[in-house]
Design a protein around this ligand. Structure first.
Ligand SMILES: CC(C)(COP(=O)(O)OP(=O)(O)OC[C@H]1O[C@@H](n2cnc3c(N)ncnc32)[C@H](O)[C@@H]1OP(=O)(O)O)[C@@H](O)C(=O)NCCC(=O)NCCS
Length: 415
């Protein structure tokens, strides 16, 4: 006779501890197993300058007590960024990273335990918003994250991508070696970040790591080439077999720099296809071409996700496209930091404060507020999905207009 298997015991919560500098090699092994990859000693040493152990939490089996050398069952960490808001103000924001749980211990609540501890820590540190990029789209909504930036992968058949007559041709681009690029790029990137909502700051240590360009990370393509203009830069590699130019990064502070850089990229003889995996949805390139259809979108992807931790601090920090006076009723089941808030804002500044009184309001899920914060999604779209609700269509229209930004947000830095 067959017996049903005995139900599995409810797992005990993991022990959580802060990482130490000595944990990095074991963390790399655990992270590699979690993501299905192997890190080399060079990978580990490359990462070490960015590793602040105080910002990393490790989960272990409670049976191992506080033993530092017990197997690592879970990891989460964060990088310190500043993020730009609509209007050009910035907020310090932790960028959650290195999230994984051992393949042998999944769906036992380890991620949830780590997220609770880590986000309580962010709140204790007075962070108004936290950020991440997600390996899978179904994981982080439950923790209050909403999609904040979206970008598209594009491919351009270079020989068919003629510029339209009269399109700007400002010139001023030169090719530089990685050493000169390391000197010139940070300032251009800083000026770009000040303009673009959602843009993340890069520290000098981050730049050192960003410029390493190890052969193992090139996927068989060449090392990076750098094009620099006074107000922009592009880095790219060539896949010689496919005759493809892969644009790794293109940053432009002015439209002149944007046009000048694309003019060079689309004139690379011996290249058939120019591909860019992080092209902004509102990039004007297609309107510089005689045939806009030549900028072919092959995929649209979410980029950065945002979670609001302090509603008044986050909403007061940004500027709004139009004057707004609204009561938001924020629903935050994970951290219970929601409630009713009055937001008064406009192009010159904003104030947001907690309210005790009742009255008409716009109910909003905290995930939707993360999508609205940088102006990347429209309130009317979120309302159609039931993530924003109000009996007052006028209030919804005003929220929709006020939260839009001059340009769509881009985070610009993978983490
Ligand atoms: C994603 C990952 C960290 C989840 O860890 P875990 O310990 O299994 O997660 P938990 O058991 O704590 O689950 C927490 C909740 O998330 C859900 N969940 C976890 N992983 C999920 C996934 N990949 N897709 C959808 N839901 C997921 C669980 O069902 C659970 O839901 P509930 O608590 O609301 O009922 C783990 O699967 C992993 O390491 N994956 C590979 C690496 C990776 O993708 N990391 C994320 C990088 S951004």
């Amino acid at each position: 006779m067959l017996h049903p298997p005995a139900p599995r015991e409810r797992p005990t919560p993991p022990t959580l501890r802060r990482a130490t500098a000595d944990d990095l090699t074991a963390m790399a092994t655990a992270d590699g197993r979690g993501f299905g990859m192997h890190y080399t000693d060079t990978d580990i040493e490359d990462f070490r300058p960015l590793f602040d152990p105080d910002r990393f939490l490790l989960a272990q089996d409670p049976a191992d007590g506080a033993k530092q050398d017990g197997p690592i069952l879970g990891i989460t960490g964060s990088f310190p960024f500043d993020v730009t808001l609509p209007g050009g103000t910035t907020l310090p924001a932790p960028g959650v990273t290195w999230v994984s749980v051992a393949v042998t211990h999944r769906r036992q609540g380890i991620l949830r335990a780590m997220m609770e501890e880590q986000h309580r820590g962010f709140v204790a540190d007075a962070s108004a918003v936290s950020l991440l990029t997600a390996s899978e789209g179904a994981i982080y909504g439950r923790f209050g994250y909403g999609i904040a930036t979206v970008h598209r992968c594009v491919e351009i058949s270079r020989r068919r991508a003629a510029f339209r007559p009269g399109a700007p041709d400002p010139g001023g681009v030169r090719q530089v070696d990685p050493h000169e690029a390391r000197l010139l790029l940070p300032d251009i990137h800083r000026r770009w970040s000040a303009l673009v909502p959602g843009a993340l700051s890069r520290s000098e240590t981050w730049w050192d790591n960003h410029m390493l360009d190890r052969e193992s990370r090139r996927g068989g393509a060449t090392a990076l080439f750098y094009l620099v203009h006074d107000d922009g830069y592009a880095s790219y590699r060539i896949e010689r077999g496919d005759r493809t130019c892969q644009v790794a990064e293109l940053v432009s502070v002015t439209e002149e720099a944007h046009a000048a850089l694309w003019r060079v990229l689309l004139s690379l003889d011996l290249v058939e296809t120019v591909a860019r995996w992080s092209h902004p949805l509102d990039d004007p390139l297609q309107y510089l071409l005689a045939d806009p259809r030549q900028v072919r979108t092959t995929r649209i992807r979410d980029g950065m996700w945002a979670r609001i931790l302090d509603v008044p601090a986050a909403l007061s920090a940004r500027r709004y496209a139009a004057e707004l006076d609204v009561v938001l009723d924020v629903h935050d089941p994970f951290l219970e930091l929601g409630g009713r808030f009055r937001l008064r804002g406009g192009p010159d500044g904003a104030r947001c404060e907690r309210l005790d009184a009742g009255g008409p309001s716009v109910a909003v899920d905290v995930t939707a507020l993360g999508s609205l914060l940088f102006g990347g999604e429209r309130a009317v779209t979120l309302a159609r999905a039931g993530l924003l609700e109000t009996d007052d269509p006028g209030a919804l229209r005003r929220v929709d207009t006020a939260f839009l930004a001059d340009r769509l947000p881009q985070h610009g830095t993978e983490f």
